[in-house]
Ligand binder design. Structure first.
Ligand SMILES: Nc1ncnc2c1ncn2[C@@H]1O[C@H](COP(=O)(O)OP(=O)(O)OP(=O)(O)O)[C@@H](O)[C@H]1O
Length: 698
């Protein structure tokens, strides 16, 4: 039998603790790939946009496993570890001689980033940078050579003035000119190669870093997410600010810094300490001033950045809540807030701009002053025959090299550095937020079958009091439960805790005896089918929304599920059917249509635990009946079912009702008992109200 990647890649992802996108197969299936041949992995990586697989040519060490191996006889397999000196252990049982392995690969799967690391944002950039050591070494060699060539051109001028002109020595001039032109050609080639190579690498670094931060942001625990979407998104722009500071252009400027000392040494060597004293004083003075400016604008640039993010947040909110704003005639209120923020940003940026303009002029003047003083001091020395005219010319050329490139870029570098510093602090804040189940690193249990349990479970939103406080709650497999209670009593929050979307602030939430916070997210999500109250769709097609995060079951299964929920009308009413486009957030669809899409997705998913938050609140009576029948058909006998509802009529479809009040379990029993108790309580309250009415009337 010839095993294909279809069979073994999920096992490889499982062993490498990676979160394999279930739709990875789609692209290959579209191309009718069998994925059994030697090149299959390279093609899969290319079709899915993954980084190309790393070929392992030498005998791997124990820490290099798991590996994907291809053998001529059996096709693809996953090597788990060494079995003996020359044999490898294969996933699913069996061993194989290493010599029989034709090809071995390591494949980096997207999202398999080291998300649990508590690195700082700076460390993320630094590591990406340091991972490219050979290139950095090449860049350093090029930088050294380019600077040496700069010395060569100044020495050329010195020789021309001192040796060629006085003696009219044309052969020497020819030799020197050819030599220096050759050096300039080399300079051009080195600069171009350095820029080309490094910019290409910089683009790769960008992809790597932005993917890291994107996955990290997506992995942030739901209950720890910052509330402002727009503000949160704007923080991401900080990545670009840091990136532009760390661009190779600015790094070259900084790399030139040590050469300033080298050029001063050359000036000293050519013209002696008196001339060298000029750059020795002016260069450090420029640097000192640069640090002073940086310190001066730091506070303002940080403030401008925060306000800029708030501006972005307001913009997103204004678009998101456009309908409410229009209905409430609240546009002016937002316009006023917008103008206030714009003024604030302008005010804060104003001082940054002023200081950077002052810095620009000052550095330009300092650079000129350095040149003038070198010429002036050099002229005195030349007049006293202490140095030659050639040496004077060479020193003036070198002075422009000391103050030129770096000092010229300093003002913009200072501003960039200041913004980048604030951005790094914000990105650090993002990295400090707790992530779900450490990305893909959680425990992968054999099975999650078993009860849902909460024990001494308290949950509070950031900065708030506990909204759920439950000592013990156990929902057995196969149980059907309705969660009811007044508005704001904590039903939705409790459902999210049961779904593992939120983690308890105190206590534990378990499924099948395992703490949910320990279980790999992907396994937990496959087990738990959670339908939020306001189901949002994502930009794409209806089909994409229906199979989001699921292995594509094919159109027939989708249509069958859509028939069960009634979503089928939405499919047949549109000329594009399942390919009907869905706009961001599912705008353009009714609330009921969005809920049906979410429900159909759950039917396709076939979870073991169904957690539905007011699933029928947007549905008409006929659709509600159809959906409930569909649910009963779709649920397997051991599936647990928990539904938040305000509709008392729905209690007949469950065996247990839990009533919440102020986040605590107030009543818990069969629908008959709970409804009876609720009626009793209502009667008591009426009697108390009547009594109070009589007393106050009397
Ligand atoms: N994202 C949030 N941040 C802060 N507080 C929240 C958040 N979501 C809900 N709350 C608060 O938690 C409490 C419980 O809210 P929850 O949505 O769980 O109640 P509920 O019983 O589902 O209400 P409803 O019947 O209105 O849907 C409420 O007081 C609410 O104000």
């Amino acid at each position: 039998m010839n095993f294909s990647l279809y069979d073994i890649l999920p096992a490889y992802a499982h062993l490498s603790k990676a979160d394999l996108d279930p739709n990875w197969v789609l692209a290959a299936r579209r191309e009718n790939e069998t994925l059994t041949d030697e090149r299959a992995l390279e093609r899969v990586a290319e079709l899915n946009g993954w980084t190309p697989p790393e070929r392992i040519s030498k005998k791997p060490r124990a820490n290099a496993f798991p590996l994907l191996v291809h053998t001529g006889a059996f096709g693809w397999a996953v090597a788990e570890q060494w079995h003996s000196r020359n044999e490898i252990q294969l996933f699913g049982g069996g061993t194989m001689a290493w010599d029989d392995v034709k090809l071995a690969y390591r494949q980096k799967l997207p999202g398999a980033g080291n998300l649990e690391s508590s690195e700082t944002a700076f460390a993320v950039f630094r590591d990406a940078f340091m991972a490219r050591k050979p290139l950095i070494v090449a860049a350093i060699i090029a930088t050294v050579t380019i600077n040496l060539i700069a010395v060569a051109t100044s020495l050329y001028s010195m020789q021309v003035y001192d040796r060629v002109i006085p003696l009219a020595s044309y052969p020497t001039l020819t030799v020197l000119t050819v030599g220096v032109l050759g050096a300039l050609l080399l300079d051009f080639l080195l600069r171009s190669a350095r820029a080309l190579l490094l910019e290409r690498e910089a683009a790769e670094m960008d992809v790597e870093i932005s993917e890291f931060f994107f996955s990290r942001a997506q992995a942030i625990r739901m209950d720890a997410r910052p509330p402002g979407v727009g503000t949160f998104a704007a923080q991401f722009r900080g990545l670009e600010q840091v990136r532009s500071l760390l661009s190779f252009g600015s790094l070259f400027a900084v790399a030139d810094l040590p050469f300033a000392a080298f050029f001063v040494a050359v000036i000293w060597w050519i013209a002696g300490p008196t001339v060298a004293l000029v750059p020795i004083v002016i260069f450090p003075l420029s640097l000192l001033l640069a640090f002073l400016f940086a310190w001066k604008i730091r506070k303002q640039s940080a403030a401008a950045m925060v306000t800029g993010h708030q501006k972005n947040g307001l913009l997103v909110e204004a678009f998101d809540a456009a309908e409410t704003l229009k209905a409430a005639h609240g546009r002016w209120h937002f316009a006023a807030r917008w103008s206030r923020l714009v003024d604030e940003v302008l005010g804060q940026e104003d001082s940054v701009k002023t200081w950077s303009a002052v810095a620009s002029s000052l550095f330009a003047v300092l650079s000129q002053t350095s040149y003038v003083l070198i010429v002036c001091v050099g002229a005195v020395q030349a007049a006293q025959n202490e140095i030659t005219i050639g040496a004077l010319i060479a020193c003036s050329i070198l002075s422009s090299r000391i103050n030129g490139p770096l000092i010229g870029q300093l003002p913009s570098l200072i501003v960039q550095a200041s913004y980048a510093r604030s951005s790094l602090a914000l990105l650090d804040g993002l990295l400090a937020l707790p992530v779900e189940r450490e990305g893909a690193q959680g425990v992968r249990a054999e099975s999650l079958e078993g009860p849902l349990e909460l024990e001494y479970c308290r949950f509070a939103y950031p900065g708030g009091a506990a909204v759920v406080d439950i000592e013990r709650l156990r929902i057995e497999p196969g149980e059907t439960v309705a969660l009811i209670g007044g508005i704001g009593s904590g039903k939705s929050t409790l459902l999210r805790l049961l779904a593992g979307i939120y983690s308890p602030t105190q206590g534990a939430a378990r499924v099948g005896g395992l703490d949910m916070s320990q279980i790999a997210d992907e396994q937990l999500r496959r087990h738990m089918g959670y339908l939020p109250q306001d189901y949002r769709l994502v930009n794409g097609t209806l089909r994409e929304n229906l199979v989001l995060g699921l292995p594509d079951p094919g159109d027939e299964a989708i249509i069958a599920a859509a028939r069960k929920t009634g979503l089928i009308h939405m499919v047949t009413d549109h000329p594009l059917g399942l390919s009907r486009p869905i706009s961001e957030g599912g705008r353009g669809l009714s609330g009921g249509q969005r809920t049906l899409t979410g429900l159909t997705r759950l039917f396709l998913m076939q979870p073991s635990v169904w957690l539905l938050d007011e699933p029928t609140s947007n549905l008409d009576a006929t659709t509600e009946t159809r959906v409930l029948q569909g649910l009963q058909q779709s649920m397997k006998s051991g599936d647990s079912f928990v539904m938040v509802t305000h509709k008392m009529a729905l209690l007949s479809m469950v065996r247990r009702v839990i009533v919440l009040a102020k986040g605590r379990v107030w009543m818990d029993g069969t629908p008959h008992d709970v409804l009876g108790e609720l009626k009793e309580k209502a009667k008591e309250q009426k009697a108390i109200a009547r009594e109070q009415g009589r007393i106050s009337a009397g």
